[in-house]
Design a protein around this ligand. Structure first.
Ligand SMILES: [Fe+2]
Ligand SMILES: [Fe+2]
Length: 187
């Protein structure tokens, strides 16, 4: 952090995001994403919670709740404004989870693969942008990224790719994730 605050401010035009703004954007969007993830699994559990995949979904939800809790702490300790779109992600995440679950267990798993692949790319890009002065944040992101990849692997092991319309659904969900990420950094 100290290193970032020492950055030469004359390099920035008025209105340009400073390094500090960029860290705030990262925490804002990651908090939003983990929030959305808990809502997706909540929606899936509402439909499939009593079925054979219930414990698997519950386990992934518990990890997302831990991710969200960590980003809530960072929002507070770094004084980052959360995204104004949390009410939207509250509804959209749940709707995505419930809708895919209604299509069946495999579609629910296909949703997880798509979301986690989008998040993996997002977290990897963030991690690469963070230097040793942000080692703590980078470690959080890398730890969570490893767990998101576990979720993807779990979903693949649960026949995600056998869902009807897998490719189309996957592409649509990934595109949605990328839009959600882009707006949640700023708004
Ligand atoms: Fe997560
Ligand atoms: Fe996840």
């Amino acid at each position: 952090m100290a290193q970032i605050e020492r950055a030469n401010m004359s390099d920035y035009l008025p209105g340009d995001p400073t390094p500090r703004d960029k860290i705030a954007q990262m925490i804002r969007v990651d908090h939003a994403g983990e929030y959305g993830a808990t809502r997706i699994y909540a929606g899936q559990l509402a439909v499939l919670g009593r079925g054979a995949k219930g414990p698997t979904l519950q386990h992934m939800l518990a990890q997302e709740q831990a991710h969200l809790a960590r980003f809530k702490e960072l929002i507070a300790s770094r004084r980052v404004r959360p995204t104004a779109l949390l009410p939207l992600w509250h509804l959209a995440g749940y709707a995505l989870g419930a809708a895919t679950a209604l299509l069946g267990e495999r579609a629910a798993m296909a949703c997880t693969v798509a979301v986690e692949e989008a998040i993996d790319a997002h977290y990897m890009a963030q991690s690469q942008r963070l230097g040793d002065d942000e080692a703590e944040l980078r470690d959080v992101i890398e730890t969570f990224r490893a767990e998101e990849l576990e979720h993807r692997d779990t979903a693949l092991a649960n026949d995600a790719e056998k869902a009807p319309g897998y490719r189309l659904m996957s592409a649509a969900i990934k595109a949605g994730c990328r839009v959600a990420i882009a707006v949640s950094e700023k708004v």
